[in-house]
Design a binder for this molecule. Structure first.
Ligand SMILES: Nc1ncnc2c1ncn2[C@@H]1O[C@H](COP(=O)(O)OP(=O)(O)O)[C@@H](O)[C@H]1O
Ligand SMILES: [Mg+2]
Length: 330
């Protein structure tokens, strides 16, 4: 569905000396620096995949997505989306994609949401029957009915995002790009949005590319992630295998007998191997690398020093792994 080969985008940024002198000099001579926003990346995405595209701010995510959408022309390299070169065939490409960009809206500000959908129906030439069925289905899954008569400007953030999602999927696009679709939303709305995306993918085999800072979005929606850093692909693979390769950290939460005051000290055999965090009422969490010490050894050392009432072993989250990848590199 998507094929990207040696793709780069370099921005030319006019550099200017500070102050008035700099501004005046800048009128006569310009010096430029080159920003390699996307730097020789390659990947392929098959139809029906849902891929998380993640990276720190400024990593190059939006620039990549804009090239996939045809908004930006690459500096070099190749990109095809469902057989089209997006920046050459912008119009045809636009008819096969849907997109939700954080701050941008495709709803018309001042008219009822229902009317916006009517307009999109005409723009994308959606047959009336298909349109009616789609709207009915979306209204149910995203609970849009009470919002249909409201103008976009009257909607709360969560309401607006639900309406935006419906707009992006309305014309049954082959690919949908979602740039931070759940940012700032409460838990219930996030859950509904994730359900909707998964449902669309299941029913229509929509290919989804998702950028988000919410790792729970990623874990629930995507099997595969691409991690991008300074314009380069750091990692491309399944979430499971990144956990297997990099998820050495384990956390065990203990609940200890703590009557009559309680001062926790790390048992002798674990010193230097585990870090402790002490909570209230005898709760202690130990963090360690499973390459340095096994969970079994940690637990048995704790049981020899304390009366353990309960314990749970936590799986490393993709969030903690990605954090570490950013900090230390691959
Ligand atoms: N139009 C532009 N002109 C110059 N530099 C830009 C432009 N757009 C983005 N950049 C720079 O390119 C880099 C990548 O930006 P972007 O793709 O928006 O990152 P992300 O979406 O991952 O946060 C950043 O350093 C950003 O400042
Ligand atoms: Mg961005």
């Amino acid at each position: 569905m998507i094929s990207v080969n040696g793709l780069s985008k370099h921005y030319r940024i006019a550099s200017r000396e500070p102050g008035l002198t700099g501004a005046v000099k800048g009128l006569f001579s310009r010096e430029y620096t080159i920003k390699r926003a996307v730097d020789d990346i390659s990947f392929r995405i098959e139809q029906g995949e849902m891929v998380g595209y993640i990276g720190a701010n400024g990593a190059g995510k939006s620039t990549t997505i804009k090239m996939l959408c045809g908004i930006l022309t690459p500096s070099s390299g190749e990109v095809t989306v469902n057989g089209l070169v997006p920046y050459r065939d912008r119009k045809r490409n636009a008819s096969q994609i849907g997109a939700v960009f954080g701050q941008r809206s495709q709803l018309f500000w001042d008219i009822a949401v229902r009317e916006s959908y009517e307009l999109l129906k005409h723009i994308y030439e959606i047959p009336e029957r298909e349109f009616k069925e789609t709207i009915a289905m979306f209204a149910e899954v995203l609970q849009l009915e009470p919002l249909m008569g409201m103008a976009a400007r009257q909607l709360s953030l969560g309401q607006k995002m639900r309406c935006e999602l419906a707009a992006a999927f309305l014309h049954n696009p082959s690919i949908v790009y979602l740039d931070e679709p759940t940012i700032g939303l409460d838990v219930a709305v996030k859950a509904r949005i994730r359900e909707f995306i998964k449902e669309m993918n299941r029913l229509r085999e929509t290919t989804v590319i998702l950028t988000t800072h919410d790792m729970q979005d990623i874990e629930e929606i995507c099997k595969r992630i691409l991690i991008i850093d300074e314009g380069k692909v750091l990692y491309d693979g399944s979430i499971q295998s990144i956990k297997d390769r990099f998820g050495h950290k384990r956390v065990v939460h203990f609940e200890l007998e703590a009557e009559g005051g309680f001062a926790f000290e790390l048992p002798e055999p674990l010193i230097g191997l585990a870090e402790s965090a002490v909570g209230e009422e005898g709760r202690v969490s130990l963090t360690f690398s499973n390459q340095a010490v096994t969970a079994a050894d940690v637990i048995s050392a704790m049981m020899q020093s304390y009366r353990v009432r309960d314990l749970t072993i936590a799986d490393p989250t993709i969030e903690s792994i990605v954090q570490e990848l950013y900090e230390r590199g691959i």
